[in-house]
Ligand binder design. Structure first.
Ligand SMILES: Nc1nc2c(c(=O)[nH]1)N[C@H]1C(S)=C(S)[C@@H](COP(=O)(O)O)O[C@H]1N2
Ligand SMILES: [Mo]
Length: 403
């Protein structure tokens, strides 16, 4: 509580952010800057919200990098990617979407807290100040674009001409870079306002009052509600609460969501009629579906974890990829290229490093939940591997190539 504030009528005589002295301002009686008072726009509030926002962005950035490099590993890293833990990607991508959604709330609150600074006068006080404002503009623009492109991606809406993946990836670096710059520029202020009872050096004592507590609690409550009503799409014990999730984990053919249907992928009945699995390696061979079914079958429980945040564990049955590769005379440690029957599409061809190819849980699956795969889940055969993004669980597989 502000010591000098009279009880009952809470006035804040020295607002932390107010349009600074009007010196230099053209004296037009009609242009009056709005005046902001109270703790909700002060540096302590900005710091309190900012550190949660920073934490959310940090987790989102790291999990985003994990997702990116699992999908696009540099050549030297492809064989080093681990197939364990089986739930690894499910967890990191769940965190990516969860912290991304939380960051939207935090970003809006943070912008609201600091927006009075837009009215600072004069707008530029020198080179240093100009650079600082420029860096904040970059931070705000990149952070806002980043979270909103991510949000629209999880609902599969792409109202823009640029590619989502490249843009989201590049903006992540811009955002994280400008956050680090912002932290460096604001280090003194952040330090001064970090603690609960921090006294503002330039402003009124920044002790918490009911107004700030209400704002922070409200922000926390909004994040809690958004998390609880979406996290069930990946964290299935809470699936009954996932009212706001774009996907429900068991809504779809065979109790599993589908992103790309057989029809969308142009998989026709004729194409499936003379389907063969072609395996290319030192001793190439082809198999019909019946021949494939007569090979030793393995059952595994593995999740499909979509980059868009939903994930579901399911029981898959099929032939071990390791067995199929060994039969083609693949040397130990070989990688694999998988091609789908799909005519076009970003996920038609997929490669996996040796850790995945050799893993006993990696299957060319023919069944899901004890039934033959449905067309939308990749009939007649699809890849299922542990600790992999959903986009790499290729459906309608027709060719395996030893690398
Ligand atoms: N050939 C092919 N396989 C694909 C896709 C695709 O577009 N084409 N989509 C992938 C994506 S994005 C996901 S999340 C999983 C979903 O598998 P499901 O439809 O069986 O649930 O399949 C993957 N396999
Ligand atoms: Mo996906």
């Amino acid at each position: 509580m502000t010591p000098q504030a009279p009880r009952g009528r809470r006035r804040f005589p020295l607002p932390s952010v107010r349009p600074p002295r009007l010196a230099g301002r053209p004296s037009s009686p009609r242009v009056r800057p709005p005046s902001f008072s109270g703790r909700l726009h002060d540096a302590r509030t900005a710091t309190a919200v900012g550190r949660w926002l920073g934490a959310a962005f940090a987790v989102c950035f790291v999990t985003g990098l994990i997702s990116h490099y699992l999908q696009h590993p540099p050549p030297w890293a492809a064989d080093a990617l681990p197939a364990r833990p089986v739930w690894g990607y499910r967890l990191t991508q769940g965190l990516h979407i969860g912290t991304g959604l939380a960051a939207i709330v935090l970003l809006l609150v943070k912008l609201w807290t600091v927006y009075p600074r837009l009215f600072a006068w004069p707008p530029v006080r020198g080179v240093r100040h100009a650079l600082e404002r420029l860096s904040v503009a970059l931070l705000v623009a990149s952070a806002v674009l980043e979270v909103f492109t991510g949000l629209l991606n999880i609902v599969e809406w792409y109202p823009w001409p640029f590619g989502f993946i490249q843009t989201h990836f590049a903006l992540a670096w811009v955002a994280i870079g400008s956050i680090l710059l912002h932290l460096a520029v604001k280090a003194t202020e952040i330090r001064a306002h970090w603690g609960r009872r921090s006294a503002g050096t330039l402003e009124l004592p920044a002790a918490d009052g009911p107004d700030r507590r209400a704002l922070l609690l409200g922000t926390g409550a909004a994040i809690g509600v958004i998390t609880l009503t979406t996290v069930g799409q990946a964290f299935t014990p809470l699936k009954r609460l996932d009212l706001l999730a774009p996907r429900h984990p068991d809504l779809g053919p065979m109790g599993l969501p589908v992103n790309r249907t057989a029809a969308a992928a142009g998989i026709t009945a004729e194409a499936l009629d003379d389907w063969r699995l072609e395996v290319i390696g030192p001793t190439p061979y082809r198999l019909t579906l019946d021949q494939l079914r007569r090979l030793p079958q393995t059952s595994v429980r593995l999740p499909i974890a979509c980059v868009e945040g939903w994930s579901v564990q399911a029981r898959w049955r099929g032939v071990r990829i390791g067995d199929l590769l060994a039969r083609a005379g693949a040397p130990r440690g070989a990688g694999l290229r998988v091609t789908s029957l799909e005519a076009a599409g970003a996920y038609r061809v997929m490669e996996m490093g040796r850790d995945y190819a050799e893993d006993p849980l990696t299957l060319l699956a023919l069944e899901l939940g004890g039934e033959v795969l449905s067309a939308d889940h990749g009939y007649p055969a699809r890849i299922i591997a542990p600790n992999r993004p959903g986009v790499l669980q290729t459906k309608w597989v027709t060719r395996l190539e030893v690398l």
